[in-house]
Design a protein around this ligand. Structure first.
Ligand code: SAM
Length: 286
């Protein structure tokens, strides 16, 4: 333990740096992760909560920095995570609640935050085989929708989510929050429309596109005979014609009432649980 109490800014206590100043450069770098540009440049992102950080480490995600509140100091699980972070060459920061609030932009922040390396799965590494379901999202814009879809894809046992075209960033704080940890469990790939078309041809999967003009009831498709890619349209404009045309099936979820359409995440959930109905059993829960 260091006895160095007089220096301002970061202070090394063993492998742990204590930080109380909002103007500390490391804190500034972490705060900058709220910008997509900074996340891309550093290739990192932030996840909040001890459970999430533990799960991510279990799943082999690379942690760069662990941040915890002073109040969490000495808690066995926090100490374990800190030791693992140091062992993997990461940095551990013990910070004031004020710093944690500022990093997470929350009044009552989680006690623990991890900065992890982003992980994208190359599209060609997604190899659909029997019993696999993928979700492909065309220009998804809303971070909450994307996070909810990643969480739902995880819960339904899907094998990955493909972001087609200019999409919202799955590693934004808002999306990561909405995934409730599933961002660490579901492979994420990105593709231009052309790359998606090329992959679709090679993949051997059936592409089932959802469209408000779809003529086929989504419940009549055979989801068992082939691996399936569920293709979902943009929140505002739906699927562009080229994507809709390239699909093997163009399906619709029948609706009643006054609503024009379902929310994208809700429609994706309906599709996922129908496409995987034959594979989901209560005994598999947990
Ligand atoms: N105004 C958009 C349109 O005309 O397509 C509405 C888009 S909707 C909010 C977002 C996406 O959710 C759609 O592109 C489609 O993939 C899916 N979706 C929503 N409701 C649906 C339904 N009843 N049947 C099939 N897909 C639906």
């Amino acid at each position: 333990m260091s006895n160095d109490h007089h220096s301002e800014g970061p202070r090394r206590v063993g492998q742990v740096k204590e930080v109380t100043s909002l103007s500390n450069p490391i804190v500034k770098d972490i705060k900058a992760l709220s910008n997509k540009k900074d996340r891309e440049q550093s290739g990192t992102f932030m996840a909040e909560g001890l459970k999430l950080v533990i799960d991510a480490l279990e799943l082999g995600w690379a942690i760069r920095t662990l941040v915890y509140a002073k109040a969490a100091k000495g808690k066995p699980l926090v100490e374990q995570v800190a030791a693992r972070t140091v062992a993997k060459g990461g940095l551990v920061l013990e910070v004031s609640e004020k710093v944690l609030s500022s990093i997470t932009r929350r009044d009552n922040p989680q006690m623990v935050v991890g900065i992890f390396e982003q992980r994208w799965t190359p599209l060609e590494d997604l190899r659909p085989s029997q019993g696999m379901t993928y979700v492909a999202l065309d220009r998804v814009r809303d971070p909450g929708n994307l996070g909810t879809i990643i969480r739902t894809a995880d819960a339904a046992g899907a094998s990955g989510v493909i972001l087609v075209g200019e999409c919202t960033d799955p590693f934004s704080l808002e999306t990561v929050r909405a995934t409730m940890g599933s961002v660490f469990a579901v492979p994420l790939a990105r593709a231009t429309t052309e790359e998606f078309f090329a992959w679709q041809k090679r993949s051997g999967a059936q592409v089932v596109a959802t469209h408000l003009a779809g003529a086929v009831d989504y419940r009549t498709v055979n989801y068992e005979k082939k691996p399936t890619v569920l293709l979902m349209g943009n929140e505002q404009s739906g699927l562009p014609e080229a994507l809709a045309k390239s699909a093997d099936r163009l399906v619709r979820i029948p609706q009643q009432g006054r609503a024009d359409s379902l929310n994208l995440a809700v429609a994706t959930a309906v599709m996922l649980f129908e496409a995987r109905r034959h594979l989901l059993k209560l005994e598999d829960a947990g």
